[in-house]
Design a protein. Structure first.
Length: 209
């Protein structure tokens, strides 16, 4: 059985371009695979723990092989839960809008929670950094008002695609399919065409998985 973890980031729900394309992906995947499991994380519903001083202290204790105190243990357990849930999936579907040339803060918060030493990555002086989430794949559905793939100058401003692909690779997920929905803010017709083109790509990719 292949388990998909769907991470939904747009707060716009039925007005969201990225969610519309992700739903087409999931439907195509479900039609193709009779036995499958999809877990959805709506990052606007999820009450993620704060990444605060206790959590950071716990993180450094883990990195330095030291014993954490009781507050640090509690903070570490709270984030371990999310990292374990993340690692239990076989395929990741992340649909997100671009906000200020990058990702919405809700997704950055989630990444800050799950990107942890000993849980999703490891470091040793001999081997350097090593991703621990291996043997898995991801589909990224990225909506943006501008057309960042249209020139090198605009592509250099796109920290949504580059950051997500880098951080997933860092934790070990190197098989990544990125589907762009762009531009969505020029006019309604152009937006509709961008969504239809992305749906076509998403459905074709879902059928290959
Ligand atoms: C707070 C905010 C910031 C945004 N920043 C950018 C941006 O930097 N570049 C861009 O091209 N579009 C930007 N947009 C537009 C969205 O990326 C675009 O409308 C996208 O299609 C929204 O996806 P969604 O419909 O799935 O929410 C921004 C939108 C919002 C609400």
């Amino acid at each position: 059985m292949s388990k998909i973890l769907y991470i939904e980031v747009s707060p716009r729900k039925d007005r969201s371009a990225s969610i519309e394309v992700a739903q087409s992906f999931l439907k195509a995947y479900q039609d193709e695979n009779t036995v499958n499991q999809t877990e959805t994380l709506d990052l606007w519903e999820l009450k993620l723990p704060e990444f605060n001083g206790d959590t950071i202290n716990a993180k450094y204790r883990v990195m330095h092989g030291e014993d954490p105190n009781s507050e640090e243990i509690a903070a570490w357990e709270a984030i371990t839960k999310y990292a374990d849930q993340f690692k239990a999936a076989d395929h990741y579907l992340i649909s997100t809008p671009m906000w200020n040339f990058s990702i919405p803060y809700k997704l950055k918060h989630y990444i800050d929670i799950i990107s942890q030493p000993g849980l999703t990555w490891a470091f040793s002086p001999e081997e350097g950094y090593q991703g621990l989430v291996t043997g898995k794949s991801a589909t990224l559905i990225l909506a943006r008002g501008g057309e960042y793939s249209s020139s090198d100058e605009l592509a250099a401003m796109d920290f949504q695609k580059s950051y997500l692909e880098m951080i997933l690779g860092f934790i070990g997920i190197t098989e990544i399919k990125t589907i762009l929905i762009e531009p969505t803010l020029i006019d309604p017709e152009t937006k509709t065409q961008a969504i239809l083109s992305a749906i076509e790509q998403a459905v074709a990719h879902a059928k290959l998985l």
